[in-house]
Design a protein around this ligand. Sequence first.
Ligand code: UDP
Length: 373
Amino acid sequence: MKQYDYLIVGAGLYGAVIAEQMTKSGKRCLVVDRRDHIAGNVYSEKIKQIQVHKYGPHIFHTNNRMVWDYVNQFASFNRFTLGTIANYKGELYSLPFNMYTFNKMWGVTTPEEAAEKIEEQRRTAGIAEPRNLEEQAISLVGTDIYEKLIKGYTEKQWGRPCAELPSFIIRRLPVRFTFDNNYFNALYQGIPAGGYTKMVEKMLDGAEVRLGVDYLEHKAELDALAEQVVYTGPVDAYFGYCFGPLEYRSVRFETEFLDRSSFQGNAIVNYTDQETPWTRIIEHKWFTFGRDENGRDLPGTVISREYSSEWKQGDEPYYPVNDEKNNALYNKYKALADREPGVVFGGRLGEYKYYDMDQVIAAALDRALSLGR
Ligand code: UDP
């Protein structure tokens, strides 16, 4: 009998859920992570008392009551609701696309007027069946919004023309004919009090965690420790890139502390023109309403400028590029993964899927059930 029932590679949300579920059902779990911290890309750490989302802003949102109840076992969530501002060459617009956006763009004041304007622009563009992100965007919100709020941002974020990107990416954003700036169509939303790292720490309670351990470098000796492996790293790396590398987008942050109470008055401001080199600026204190856990005003502020780039070996992968070419390549890896004995592949990197946090958790809970939790 081996020392552990499960070796879990990656201490992000997928790995943490599996560890929590399997530990609870009496299994012995070893979690390893290449980084020197837990929580994967939801990791947050304090800079001068302000919780900083080190790998980009994460706002927990879900319509899944079961997932919401699950995470609430490990953290209490504040009432943060994301409303994003788009800055297009100094003009500010509300995101996601809603009556405030339409009013600012066209001066329309009723839902009917807004819908007419969009219909008129869609007709002029001559789009019947949208085949890519550009056509999908124009058919959802018209040409003006596409040109000012979507094209520049999307091409900076993805490094590809909108006409070559899959349309599902833009359908992540709601389009509403109401005055509602909530970025997500989610019944439940918030930020965990004390930060995501603390939440994941609680989930990992009871499992053994080893940090700074590169699984693929020590695969044989680590595999020998456990009956089964749950791998949440990049699936192409696991197979030594045998079919060639999958494409990912990476992001980089320039973070600084500013000795003033506010920089931009909102947690996220997107820069939607082509010329500004960053995609967005995050001002972290607004995820907690400018206060610390005890309700005291946070002095100063921390901002992060986010820059997007094509992933290359050695960078952190953030976003899978789920276009046709990469999905076809992924399917080849998936066929290998499905035949890999004793190994389960999961999470954004393990399944090459643009998962949100709640979807990752739901998928991991499902997987834990099938593992016999
Ligand atoms: N998007 C856009 N303009 C914006 C914000 C988003 O065109 O100001 C598009 C862009 O293509 C992006 C997609 O909407 O990739 C999804 O945005 P979301 O905020 O969901 O991306 P994430 O938070 O995962 O980075």
